[in-house]
Ligand binder design. Structure first.
Ligand SMILES: [Fe+2]
Length: 405
C-alpha cells in the first residue's frame, strides 16, 4: 500500500492536517498504484459569470474568500478577466467576458452564471489522457505545457456532462513544482477589501463534493463514464422513493476518486406529479451542469451565523422537522443541542458511520441553478439521504414561489 494520504500543496498551505481532512471531507486510504487515472484532488472550480469584477467582491465580502491571483487585459489576456480566490484548500476562478466577441458571452447567455470547469490536480496528465482516450472519452484539449517565469504546468481537458469539462493539471513537471500564484499567465493579486472586525479567518476549509444534474435516463451513463474513464468508485446510492415528495423526485448515485477527496453525486429527474427541481435546473441552465458545491467547515454554526450576517440566504426548514420524534430518535446525540440547529435551520443526518450537519443556500445567481451546501461531517460519509425529503419540500416551496412547480 502506497501512502497516498499526503497533503496536497493547497492543503498544506491552508494549514490543514490529515486527521482534519479525514473528518472534514471523509478522506480514505487507497492504493494509487492500481489506479488507471490517479487524481490527487480538486485543482480549482472555474465559473463563468456575468460580471467577474463584482463577483470577486461578493466571494470576498459574503463568503470570506481571499483574492490571490488575476489575469486580464493588463496581462495580455484581451478576451476576459479572471479572478482567483481561495478559502482553505479550495480555489474558485471567476471568468467574465471583456471583449464583446468573447466566447464567454455566448456561454453566459445560454447558461447564466455557472461552473464550466471542475479542474482536478493529477500527478500524470499523459497517463490520464491515455486512459481517457482508451475508454472513449472526449478529449477537448490535448496535453500541453504552459510556462512562465514561475515554471511549467502540464494540462489537458476532457469533456463531461453538458458543456462542463475536467481540466487536468499536473503541477510537477520534470521534478519541478510550479511556483506561480495559479497558472502561467496569472499574476499574484490581493485586495483592499478588509474583513469585519472579529470575522473568522475563513468560512470554509475545503470542497466536499459537487453534484451534477443530468437529463432523464442519463445518470447511469455518467456513473459508467466516471467508473470506466476515471476509475472512480461508487459510493452510496439513493433511488426512487427515498427522495421523492408528492411533486418532486430524483434519482441520485455517487462516484468518488480513490482517496474520496473528489466526490460527484449525479442526479437525474424522476417521474413525478409536477416538474422536479432537476427539470427546473435543466430548463434554466439549458442542459446538464453542476448543481451544487458542498463546502466543508469544522464549525457550521459559526459559518452559518457569519454567512447570514453577510446577507446569504438559506433554504428554510420548518420547525416540524426538529420536533419530529422519529428524527430525534434517529439522530441521537450530536455535538450541540438540537435547539442550536433549529434556530439556524441546520439539518442533521446519521448513518452507520456517524452523523453530518448540513444546510443549503438559495440559488446564488439570477437563475434557479447553482447553489451551495455547507457541510460539517462527524464520521458520516453520506450526503444527507435522510434529509432529502425535508430539503425537497423546502425547494418546492421556493419553486412554487417562482411559478415553476
Ligand atoms: Fe450535497
Amino acid at each position: 500500500m502506497t501512502d497516498t494520504l499526503d497533503l496536497t500543496p493547497q492543503e498544506r498551505e491552508a494549514d490543514l492536517d490529515i486527521e482534519q481532512l479525514k473528518q472534514l471531507v471523509g478522506l480514505v486510504e487507497y492504493d494509487e498504484t492500481k489506479d488507471p487515472f490517479p487524481v490527487t484532488g480538486w485543482d480549482a472550480i472555474v465559473f463563468v459569470v456575468g460580471n467577474a469584477t463584482q463577483a470577486a467582491h461578493y466571494y470576498q465580502s459574503a463568503w470570506g474568500m481571499e483574492l490571490v491571483a488575476y489575469s486580464g487585459p493588463e496581462n495580455g489576456q484581451r478576451d476576459h478577466k479572471s479572478f482567483v480566490l481561495k478559502s482553505g484548500s479550495i480555489r474558485f476562478v471567476l471568468n467574465g467576458a471583456v471583449s464583446p466577441d468573447s466566447p464567454l458571452i455566448e456561454h453566459h447567455a445560454k447558461h447564466g452564471d455557472g461552473v464550466v470547469d471542475i479542474s482536478l490536480e493529477v500527478p500524470d496528465v499523459d497517463k490520464c489522457v491515455a486512459q481517457a482516450k482508451a475508454a472513449g472519452a472526449r478529449v477537448v484539449r490535448e496535453p500541453e505545457n504552459l510556462t512562465d517565469e514561475f515554471g511549467t504546468v502540464r494540462m489537458a481537458s476532457i469533456g463531461t456532462y453538458g458543456e462542463t469539462v475536467h481540466t487536468l493539471v499536473q503541477r510537477v513537471v520534470d521534478g519541478q513544482t510550479y511556483a506561480g500564484p495559479y497558472l502561467p499567465g496569472y499574476v499574484a493579486k490581493s485586495s483592499t477589501y478588509e474583513k469585519r472586525e472579529g470575522a473568522p479567518k475563513r468560512l470554509f476549509q475545503a470542497l466536499d463534493h459537487i453534484v451534477g444534474n443530468v437529463e432523464l435516463g442519463k445518470m447511469d451513463e455518467w456513473v459508467a463514464f466516471y467508473n470506466r474513464v476515471m476509475g472512480f468508485v461508487n459510493m452510496a446510492e439513493f433511488i426512487g422513493d427515498d427522495i421523492a415528495t408528492d411533486y418532486s423526485a430524483l434519482m441520485s448515485k455517487v462516484v468518488a476518486n480513490g482517496n474520496h477527496r473528489v466526490k460527484f453525486p449525479l442526479n437525474e429527474p424522476a417521474i413525478a406529479k409536477k416538474k422536479s427541481q432537476i427539470d427546473e435546473y435543466l430548463e434554466f441552465y439549458n442542459g446538464p451542469g453542476a448543481q451544487h458545491l458542498a463546502l466543508a467547515t469544522g464549525d457550521i454554526l459559526r459559518t452559518v451565523d457569519e454567512l447570514r450576517a453577510n446577507g446569504i440566504e438559506f433554504l428554510d426548514t420548518p420547525d416540524s422537522y426538529y420536533e419530529d420524534p422519529e428524527l430525534r430518535a434517529r439522530i441521537g446525540e450530536v455535538r450541540v443541542p438540537i435547539e442550536e440547529l433549529q434556530s439556524r435551520k441546520i439539518l442533521v443526518d446519521r448513518d452507520e458511520d456517524g452523523y453530518l450537519l448540513q444546510i443549503f443556500t438559495k440559488p446564488l445567481g439570477d437563475r434557479p441553478t447553482v447553489f451551495f451546501e455547507i457541510i460539517e461531517r462527524h464520521g458520516s460519509l453520506g450526503f444527507g439521504k435522510g434529509n432529502f425529503k425535508a430539503l425537497f419540500e423546502a425547494i418546492e416551496r421556493e419553486q412554487d414561489a417562482r411559478g415553476n412547480l
